[in-house]
Design a protein around this ligand. Structure first.
Ligand code: NAD
Ligand code: GLY
Length: 361
């Protein structure tokens, strides 16, 4: 079992552990007693996850609430159903919410916990690769509304993250690849995270076959390294006043693509995978990186074989106008995180429009 600590350096010091390993959900009670004692545990999950893994998660003194599966249910209605159920159960301020699922469950449960009775403790038990390497760590919570994704939410840190990598064995290939896109992202930002030297890009390239086979030794390793890198960033900039934006490498284009396709063609990770390649194309076109690094990065992205679903052609104008709707736009300027050296990225808000247009053609 591996452990990573999030240790946020703000005025009110926040610290919590992330445990990574196989068969951890069976021991959830032990971890909860140690890291998040509560008067009652309110488990939020969906039917699919509950059918697959629910019988392994035995938490004493708990209530389970099943919400519908899918990004389209990460909305006000589901949020209210969670809050109403918590009220109906008369859960008090000492109760704790437990998110048992992927990023959708984690985001909405975290948000509900942050506002129920002005905030109750919550725990993340992520069951997708994306959630284990990214969304369960760092305290971003959210729901979507008709204006866009994740527009309503809070920063609210869990008390504990239990990443049981055994649960990943029931993910389909598409969901696994979605997580791999976020993993690859860390390889390209490692040095800028400035919290250790993992040589992650080479690690991923050298072990690609075992990783793709879901050899859990390698999966545990990549979840641990990803969490360390994310924690390193969040510790320095919890509320995304600066550095945390680097976690959005590939997302400026990725989010625009999701918006253009009305969120029903690409998974988030597929959109990010294309977005990563666009960042390298753009950096190379702007002469920010040399050909060696461009080729090495492209090769790594290709090794993961992010087979993309069939999709219409989106013109540069359409993509650029979708980019302008992103939360990250500041004073009307589109923000790009771009590679500048191996493992290093910088934040840009003044990309040459013609070069951008040509890269998006
Ligand atoms: P998801 O939560 O929709 O899960 C994907 C699918 O996998 C669902 O159908 C789910 O039921 C199923 N599933 C979950 N665990 C499973 C398992 N062990 N076996 C089989 N199937 C399983 O999607 P996701 O990719 O986990 O998360 C995407 C969400 O995360 C988006 O809403 C995105 O905005 C959010 N996100 C948040 C952050 C953050 O920092 N808070 C970061 C990245 C993404
Ligand atoms: N997934 C981006 C962030 O947590 O900031």
């Amino acid at each position: 079992m591996r452990e990573v600590t999030v240790d946020i350096n703000e005025k009110q010091k926040t610290s919590y552990p992330i445990f990574i390993g196989e068969n951890l959900i069976e021991k959830a009670d032990e971890y909860l007693q140690k890291y998040c004692k509560a008067s009652k545990y309110f488990i939020i999950t969906n039917e699919k996850i509950n059918n697959l893994w629910g019988n392994k998660l035995n938490i004493e003194n708990s209530e389970k609430f099943i919400i519908p599966d899918g990004e389209k249910y990460k909305n006000y209605e589901t949020l209210i159903s969670i809050l109403d159920k918590a009220s109906e159960l008369k859960l008090d301020r000492k109760s704790a919410f437990v998110a048992f699922g992927g990023g959708v469950i984690g985001d909405i449960t975290g948000f509900a916990a942050s506002i129920y009775r002005r905030g109750v403790n919550f725990v993340q038990i992520p069951t997708t690769l994306l959630a284990q390497v990214d969304s369960s760590v760092g305290g971003k919570t959210a729901v979507n509304n008709s204006y866009g994704k994740n527009l309503i939410g809070t920063f609210y840190q869990p008390k504990l993250v239990l990443a049981d990598t055994k649960t990943l064995t029931t993910l389909d290939e598409r969901q696994l690849k979605t997580g791999f896109a976020e993993v690859v992202k860390y390889a390209f930002i490692e040095k800028t995270c400035d919290c250790g030297n993992f040589n992650f890009l080479d690690f991923l390239s050298n072990n690609i076959l075992e990783i793709k086979k879901l050899n859990l030794y390698y999966i545990n390793e990549i979840v641990e390294i990803s969490c360390k890198l994310k924690a390193g960033v969040v510790n320095k900039d919890e509320k995304e006043n600066g550095l945390r934006a680097i976690l959005n490498l590939g997302h400026t284009y990725g989010h625009a693509l999701e918006k253009c396709s009305e969120y029903n063609i690409f998974t988030h990770g597929e959109a990010v995978a294309i977005g990563l390649q666009v960042c390298f194309d753009l950096s190379f076109a702007l002469s920010l990186i040399d050909e060696n690094y461009y080729n090495k990065a492209t090769e790594l992205i290709n090794l993961f074989e992010f087979n993309l679903p069939e999709h219409p052609y989106y013109s540069p104008d359409k993509i650029i106008s979708a980019m302008k709707f992103d939360k990250k736009v500041k004073d009307g300027k589109i923000i790009f995180i771009l590679p500048t050296k191996e493992g290093e990225v910088k934040i840009f808000d003044n990309i040459d429009k013609n070069i951008l247009h040509n890269v998006l053609l």
